[in-house]
Design a binder for this molecule. Structure first.
Ligand SMILES: Cc1cc2nc3c(=O)[nH]c(=O)nc-3n(C[C@H](O)[C@H](O)[C@H](O)COP(=O)(O)O)c2cc1C
Length: 218
């Protein structure tokens, strides 16, 4: 196999390592991570927006997404987790490069009674099948109903895997190419999260194709 000499590896058994160090290791290794900008509503109707990069798709029938708001050692759940637990509904947006500052603003530790659409300058648009608002500026919005929350671990940075079913998609026409529902992913101008405060930007130039291998005789 090509690729140069084999790397010299540091062995790390995470048991016994402080959770902040394990977190830094994990978010530095698992890159780039897509970012879910999640809209939810409190039971009293306050609109919430927050980004989560512990995020991915998991299946397509039905379409499902997972993200994880972690719980801090003090046991304080994020407002998004509270809201999703209480209402079972949310909207996942993909925020492009042009919305990076506004997306980041929604990650500030606002009190639950603050409307984070207003705080970060997003426009509220009605969703079709769920109550939480859609952020009109985002080219992709996926309305979700909660399937299950899987809590994993204890102490600081413990996971809460929020698994949801996408019940409605909103996609900018400009992103759709060809017949069917094929998306020109390079046109999204997506950003991805790396470790610490760092991000990556998916530009047309950064995209490359890699056809799947075809085994002989198949
Ligand atoms: C790009 C980005 C990605 C983030 N990803 C996560 C994540 O996956 N899990 C998490 O718990 N917090 C994550 N955060 C921090 C939350 O967005 C932050 O704690 C936010 O205040 C939570 O808002 P809420 O309390 O309104 O739900 C991220 C922040 C940024 C800027």
């Amino acid at each position: 196999m090509s690729g140069g000499s084999l790397p010299q590896l540091r062995e790390v058994d995470p048991s016994g390592v402080p959770s902040a160090d394990v977190y830094a290791l994990l978010v530095g290794c698992v890159v780039p991570r897509p970012i879910a900008l999640v809209s939810s509503l409190s039971t009293s109707g306050i609109a919430n927006l927050a980004p989560f990069s512990f995020f991915n798709a998991g299946g397509a029938h039905p379409p499902s997404l997972v993200f994880s708001p972690v719980t801090s050692g003090a046991g304080r759940d994020k407002d998004t987790l509270h809201n999703v637990r209480a209402t079972g509904e949310y909207v996942v947006h993909i925020a492009p490069w042009g919305l990076r500052e506004a997306m980041n603003q929604t990650s500030a530790d606002y009190a639950p009674e603050i409307d984070e659409f207003e705080a970060a300058g997003f426009t509220k648009a009605p969703s079709v099948k769920v109550k939480p608002w859609r952020a009109a500026e985002c080219p992709i919005a996926m309305e979700c109903r909660l399937f299950r929350i899987v809590e994993h671990g204890e102490g600081n940075f413990r996971a809460n895997y929020v698994i949801g079913e996408v019940v409605y998609f909103h996609i900018a026409e400009s992103l759709l190419v060809g017949p069917g529902l094929r998306v020109d992913s390079a046109a999204i101008d997506a950003i991805g999260r790396l470790g610490g405060p760092n991000y990556t930007h998916v530009t047309r130039e950064s995209v490359f194709g890699l056809p799947r291998p075809v085994l002989p005789g198949l």
